[in-house]
Design a protein around this ligand. Sequence first.
Ligand SMILES: [Zn+2]
Length: 587
Amino acid sequence: MATLLKWYKPLLPRLSLFYRKTFTSKPLHSKTNLRVRSFSAINCGSKSPPCTTSSESNLSNSLAIDGDNFGNSSREMKKELWLYNTMSRQKELFKPKIEGRVGMYVCGVTAYDLSHIGHARVYVAFDVLYRYLKYLGYEVNYVRNFTDVDDKIIARANELGEDPINLSRRYCEEFHHDMTYLNCLPPSVEPRVSDHMPQIIDMIKQIIDNGCAYTINGDVYFSVDKFPGYGRLSGRKLEDNRAGERVAVDSRKKHPADFALWKEYSSLILQSAKEGEPFWESPWGPGRPGWHIECSAMSAAYLGFSFDIHGGGMDLVFPHHENEIAQSCATCHESNVSYWVHNGFVTIDSEKMSKSLGNFFTIREVIVLYHPLALRLFLMGTHYRSPINYSELQLESASDRLFYIYQTLHDCVNTVSQYDEAGLKDSIPSGTATCINKFQDECLTSMLDDLHTPVVLAAMSEPLKTINDLLHTPKGKKQELRIESLAALGKTIRNILTILGLLPDSYSEALQQLKDYALKRAKLTEDQVMKKIEERNVARKNKEYEKSDAIRKDLAAVGIALMDSPEGTTWRPAIPLALQDPQFAAS
Ligand SMILES: [Zn+2]
């Protein structure tokens, strides 16, 4: 935590002083670090040199991923990362603007409610990218904002009779808890809109000065006609934005696609607001910023106008990111983001997730029944750009897989720990070395190819199977080689789990948690399961096989698998048979 604060501190702008909780009557004469250029030509998307800001000197990162070097076996393989760029619609070789350093901005949440699994997908996807860039040796300045000024926040606060700023603070904290559950590393900095009003106002002023925005009675609109590159990211043409469809009709606007940079307070009151809502003074009168301008202003404040990666969910491509590009370019003609990275949607039982359909799950609702790392594993089981279908069966499969991985590694560590590791000669048998090299190469190749996590997860099967085979090999003369192999395989998988953010603090603790979750889903206690095992033992002794089979089947139906061994019967979580086989469920 101390390291984190050390990293945050120099970045936290003095502008927090401008934080406005309530009315302010004085105009804000702020000067930001944005060095703006006159708007002569727009070359957004071209590889122009960066517009420097003082914040660029902060491009360093003291956060370190736990664990050792991630199996750098991959001998002399070139570590060239290819990322899909929404702008060019193809995979591109990743080359940061400054050697060894990466500036990454990811659009954060609007803090007015608990985050749902669509959010979980975004932030797990970018956590994987963040971790992987760090693994590749980059210093990453990862900026993820909080939208804490928004009409939705105010509407919710009115509903609850709560102060809007308090409400958003509360939900920012809830979001942090969710990120901790999902094992997402904290970003380098998490700027909030309410702390950056001076930068936002300065940027709007500059856009107006550059002739790309106009005012109407205290509102400020961006003039899309003035930005020739508008629509390049989304591939939409201006004429597609017909009034009355996606874009609200406003007869005062010069073009139906023009969007608000600043909304005047009195017009907000007419719309939905109540007195007492937060607003800020501006050269155009009191009001609040439009949604899109915050990310242009905050990315420029922390990363400069020219930086490497801008990310978010696919739903942000239009209008949010399209508008961000327009605003940033209209402020500084050298504005440039090298890679626009977007993750795919989450569907639920193959339907789009939405509140109105009632198939909407918050992260908190999911992790009541499933281990948070099982949710993370599920999200990584599909490539980040593909749509992902959330279902009970998928979550059960992820939980089952996680149990298998942790159980295997737990047994492996237990066996190895019975030997003096220092005494091991580090001479891995060639069969094991081949298995490890193959696995590491597959991981590296897949991750470098636009972060193909599903391939990495699938590739884990072979070394896990090898560990299990070795664990069940009778002890013999080659015992030492067996232990060497187990130690090397265990370490390799552990390293990959670290890159993926799937390594638990303790295998045994995680296994117990997975079992507790399974019991909860089965609506059984451990005692009840043990009683059932006892009953079954008695039935088997009495040769009442029908009865003993029925007990096993009933437990399997709800996700409790019995395992018989010479030492007795134990249980482990499994995918409920009732879910795997609909006919079984009906019977
Ligand atoms: Zn944004």
